[in-house]
Write a protein that binds this ligand. Structure first.
Ligand code: FE
Length: 346
């Protein structure tokens, strides 16, 4: 077939175009944009490994959870973000309700992550677990004196409990879990009892509560496990290590529903332009190697069963965890906050 000059020109420019496109796929120039409320050092090494294996580059934007969520809302469908990582199911639920996430389906994720640690329709998935147990001062409290979260409202602990403020999502999620397992009036009574038992008005983070108990300001603290792990390993800060050494974990509610746990999790954004690659990264993050590293890097528990725990976690012993579906914590968040307000929890 003889082509006219014009046609030949058209075809050769098509060829140039396709040659120009080929290298993009050949060298895997696919990119992913991840907004993460977790610090860079807790995720970057895994992302690098993912890039090495798949040639998919991951651009990481880190920031505070609420700021990143606001950014996703403002950017809307123009957001470059494909994925969002944050801690606490309550926050993931907020992102879901704000309409910035999309549900995805992955057999790999469904198989790897226990059902209660992921959103039932696929809006978000747990990547690591943290527990929120009771900490006691070994010199002054015997573990036999402790039993449940509910029992912390007992008058016997008057002036002896340290816990952070009610505007913290961790406490809101704990109270939300209590609303599932108890009558509303009983939880309200519990909040009042707990507030009456506080050693001091709530101030500071979880670590400050453990430190206050170690320093004798109270006998009991409530905190997330990884903070305790960080204190134990604070090699440059012997004071923290000393405080941690004075305290021990008590796993509450072992005869009933189990200790309250929460997650750090991941979700595909509604604006995602690289959905298939985004799912690929999520699946990579629940592989056994990733799980081990990701959990260990922040003294957390893996979500995948059978993945070995770090020595620190092993030293705290096994415990029964509450298997309530974590999406419930988000659904009950408003009720929990109102109830904490009414109960005078500052
Ligand atoms: Fe935290």
């Amino acid at each position: 077939m003889i082509l006219s000059g014009k046609k030949r020109g058209f075809i050769s420019s098509l060829l140039v175009l396709s040659f120009a496109l080929v290298p993009i796929y050949a060298f895997g120039a696919e990119e992913l944009n991840l907004y993460s409320a977790r610090k860079e050092k807790l995720i970057k090494p895994l992302l690098d490994k993912f890039t090495e294996q798949t040639k998919i580059k991951v651009n990481l934007v880190t920031g505070k959870a609420d700021a990143l969520l606001k950014r996703l809302e403002i950017e809307g469908r123009n957001s470059p973000a494909d994925l969002f990582i944050t801690t606490d199911a309550g926050r993931l639920y907020r992102a879901q309700k704000a309409g910035v996430l999309q549900a995805i389906q992955s057999d790999v994720l469904d198989k790897a992550i226990p059902a209660h640690l992921r959103e039932p329709s696929g809006f978000w998935f747990g990547l690591s677990q943290r527990a929120r147990p009771i900490f006691y001062a070994k010199a002054r409290v015997k573990p036999e004196e402790l039993s449940t979260y509910e029992a912390l409202a007992d008058i016997k602990w008057k002036g002896n409990i340290c816990i952070r403020s009610s505007n913290n999502i961790y406490n809101q999620s704990l109270v939300a879990s209590m609303l599932v397992h108890n009558k509303k009036a009983a939880v309200e009574q519990w909040v009042k009892g707990l507030v009456a038992n506080l050693a001091k008005p709530p101030k500071g983070g979880d670590r400050d509560q453990i430190k206050a108990a170690a320093a004798g300001q109270c006998d009991i603290a409530v905190a997330n496990t990884y903070y305790f792990g960080k204190m134990i390993h604070a090699k440059k800060d012997p004071k923290q290590q000393k405080a941690a050494a004075a305290m021990a974990i008590f796993w509450p509610n072992q005869k009933g529903r189990g200790t309250h746990v929460n997650i750090s999790g991941i979700a595909v954004t509604k604006s995602a332009k690289h959905k298939a690659s985004a799912i690929k990264l999520m699946e990579f993050l629940v592989s056994r190697d990733s799980q081990k590293w990701y959990a260990e890097s922040n003294h957390e528990y893996p979500v995948v069963e059978g993945v070995e725990w770090s020595d620190t976690l092993k030293s705290w012993g096994k415990f029964k965890a509450d298997t309530l579906n974590l999406s419930t914590l988000g659904e009950l968040n408003t009720d929990a906050v109102k109830l904490m307000d009414r109960g005078g929890w500052k």
